[in-house]
Design a protein around this ligand. Structure first.
Ligand SMILES: [Zn+2]
Length: 378
């Protein structure tokens, strides 16, 4: 008898263990596209905090549901509305000498404080290319936010030596993002860097030319995106069509000389100036080098409607200048706090676009078909 009971228990225990291994395998498989992410237990631990009070345990259930192939949580439970607005933030200098460009500088302390604030308010970073693809892979109940950095200055990414070799300067943009991710594993290192491969130092791929390749690899390996800001900050409105194509094709080619298989699909036209012939923003070529951009960002304009929305123009995505003295980010955060119905809230499933019934008309069915996503109204 004792033997049979013991064997019975062993069977139950091993079955339960196997089930958890099975879940863990599914979870890892399901979150692969996001790059750097926390482990399941870290994310679960985080979800046990204050966030549950505001959005309920169902919000996190949605994420697990995605991993295990079940239906995601009820959209009502998380207030999913994927027709709402998304913030694309625009940064330039992070720290460094504030006297050089006071209007375009955020201090390391202020940048960390903004990340804290976004994290506490259920925002979740994605790369611009994920917005362009309409693959918004964000946990249920959270709002995507895109952090973009223009001009590839040394203040964004200088490598310094520590005991283990070269590491990002902890007070630059990349170092701060890395540290914030280590402290908050549920906040991936997603951000889009619009770089200038041939600008004068220190804007030539973040200064330190001998480390340019290593830096670009670091960004991509850690889940971030490298985008095109022309070769050296050309004004595309004042450039001949050939010059527009030369700037865009060769900037891509230089990035790809460091990242051979990498496709550059996002563009930030310097000064927010577009060429007369808008088709040159989308695609073109120069001496055998082709480029194809899936989208472009402006230099101002506020929050954007999301992909799939009838008014979404991927080549005219407005941004929010995030330097705190301008007050734009604080203003928008306050607006979304007071008007939560204006805010994009994820259903946790990148393959569906979920909206309340009354917002169904805002969604463009053709755009959804092109991105292979499905509309769900409730
Ligand atoms: Zn710029």
């Amino acid at each position: 008898m004792v033997g049979r009971v013991a064997i019975g228990w062993a069977f139950v225990v091993s079955s339960v263990l196997l089930f958890f291994v099975f879940l863990a395998v599914l979870f890892v498989g399901g979150s692969g596209s996001l790059g750097a992410q926390g482990t399941e237990s870290e994310e679960a631990a985080d979800s046990g905090g204050d966030r549950q009070e505001t959005q309920g345990p169902e919000a996190q259930g949605g994420e697990e549901g995605r991993g295990s192939g079940e239906e995601p949580s009820e959209p009502e439970a998380v207030g999913a509305d994927e027709s709402g607005m998304v913030m694309v933030l625009e940064y330039h200098r992070v720290g460094g000498d504030p006297g050089l460009a006071p209007d375009w500088t955020i201090s390391p302390e202020d940048f960390r404080a903004q990340l804290e604030l976004l994290h506490e308010n259920d925002y979740y970073p994605i790369n611009l290319r994920d917005l362009l693809d309409n693959r918004v892979d964000v946990p249920a109940g959270k709002t995507p936010v895109v952090l973009t950095f223009d001009d590839s200055s040394d203040t964004q990414f200088t490598m310094v030596q520590d005991g283990e070799g070269w590491v990002p300067d902890p007070d630059g943009a990349v170092g701060i993002l890395q540290q914030f991710h280590e402290e908050n594993p549920d906040w991936p290192m997603s951000a889009t860097f619009f770089v200038l491969p041939e600008a004068d130092p220190p804007n030539d791929l973040f200064g330190q030319p001998e480390l340019a390749g290593e830096k670009l690899e670091f960004l991509v390996e850690n889940g971030m995106e490298v985008g095109n800001h022309t070769l050296y900050h050309a004004n595309l409105a004042q450039s001949a069509p050939e010059e527009v194509q030369r700037q865009l094709a060769l900037a891509n080619a230089e990035i790809q000389s460091h990242l051979p298989d990498y496709e550059v699909v996002s563009l930030s036209p310097p000064f927010g100036e577009y060429p007369q012939d808008m088709s040159l923003i989308r695609s073109g070529s120069w001496e055998g080098e082709d480029y194809e951009m899936q989208g472009a960002v402006e230099v101002a304009g506020g929050a954007t409607v999301p992909p799939g929305h009838r008014q979404f123009d991927p080549y005219r995505i407005p941004r929010i200048q995030a330097e705190p003295h301008k007050g734009h980010l604080a203003e928008l955060l306050a607006h979304f706090e007071a008007n939560p119905e204006d805010r994009y809230v994820s259903d946790g499933d990148p393959e569906t676009v979920t909206v309340p019934e009354e917002n169904r008309d805002q969604i463009d069915g053709d755009a959804l078909r092109q991105s292979d996503t499905e509309l769900r109204a409730y």
